[in-house]
Ligand binder design. Structure first.
Ligand SMILES: [Zn+2]
Ligand SMILES: [Zn+2]
Length: 273
């Protein structure tokens, strides 16, 4: 099996680490990874979230995209004999602002080799809110607006479905990011309806197939104490493997030491029948 970390961040992420990318890549090489995708959060439309301080942490300013691509291109060249580096982005599904993402892809598509497409935001009363910022923020702004966890989870998965359709239109490989991100604060939220998750996840399988979209088997949930669970359940990964859907391990490293964490867990699931 190709040892591939398909979801990682860099110093161009302002809620992550300012460590140089060499530290991430050298750890990947030391762990025996053969391929490494760099999938930074791009910029967002100005005012996408109301909180200005938070906005500045969510994505790089638009004018830095050029530097980012140059940075990853240089690293790709520098390490080409040791590891295959893939130039990517972690795009956001921006409800009502698809035009922003479309122009970004049109502008950078010539260098962009791969995309993780994620749902980090949902609309509420007076703007967009993160599903993964803090549990209090989620409760005050999303749960209060939608009225129940069940309704919130349904809206979240509706957005995941729209994201898969957008991802399917891209000219490069795309994977749906951490499909269960809405579980990030599960230990601090009202109980979740597991049957609802099962049903909504099952519905994604044919959609992924028809749109030719893969799955980011994101392990970041394991390291979050409010979650302590992978973001893609084992049964779902196995179903994808049976259906020949592309599944790729993703550390979602925001620090060098997170590269490759829980690889053994992933390898054991995809290699056992
Ligand atoms: Zn991030
Ligand atoms: Zn993400």
């Amino acid at each position: 099996m190709l040892k591939w970390d398909g979801h990682t961040h860099t110093q161009f992420c302002y809620h992550g680490s300012d460590a140089p990318i060499e530290q991430y890549v050298e750890r990947a090489i030391a762990l025996g990874f053969q391929r490494y995708s760099v999938t930074e959060h791009p910029s967002l439309p100005i005012g996408w979230v109301n909180d200005r301080k938070l906005f500045d942490e969510l994505g790089m300013p638009e004018h830095e995209l050029e530097q980012y691509f140059q940075y990853v291109m240089n690293i790709k060249k520098k390490y080409e004999k040791e590891i295959e580096i893939v130039i990517g982005l972690e795009l956001d599904y921006l409800h009502g602002r698809q035009d922003y993402t479309d122009q970004l892809v049109a502008k950078w598509g010539h260098v962009l080799e791969e995309v993780i497409y994620s749902v980090h935001y949902l609309p509420a009363a007076d703007g967009n809110y993160c599903v993964d910022f803090t549990s209090d923020d989620l409760k005050q702004n999303l749960l209060a607006y939608y009225g129940s966890m069940e309704k919130l989870v349904d809206v979240y998965f509706d957005h995941i479905e729209l994201t898969i359709q957008q991802a399917g239109k891209l000219p490069m490989n795309a994977r749906i990011g951490h499909i269960n991100l809405i579980r990030k604060f599960q230990k601090q939220l009202p109980p979740l309806n597991e049957a609802q998750f099962q049903a909504r996840l099952e519905r994604l399988l044919p959609l992924l197939q028809t749109n030719g979209v893969g799955v980011d088997v994101n392990v970041a949930g394991f390291r979050v104490t409010s979650c302590e669970q992978e973001y893609v359940p084992e049964w779902f990964i196995k179903k994808c493997v049976q259906l020949d859907l592309p599944v790729v391990y993703g550390s979602d490293a925001h620090k060098p030491e997170q590269v490759g964490l829980f690889w053994d867990w992933y390898e054991q699931i995809v290699s056992s029948k």
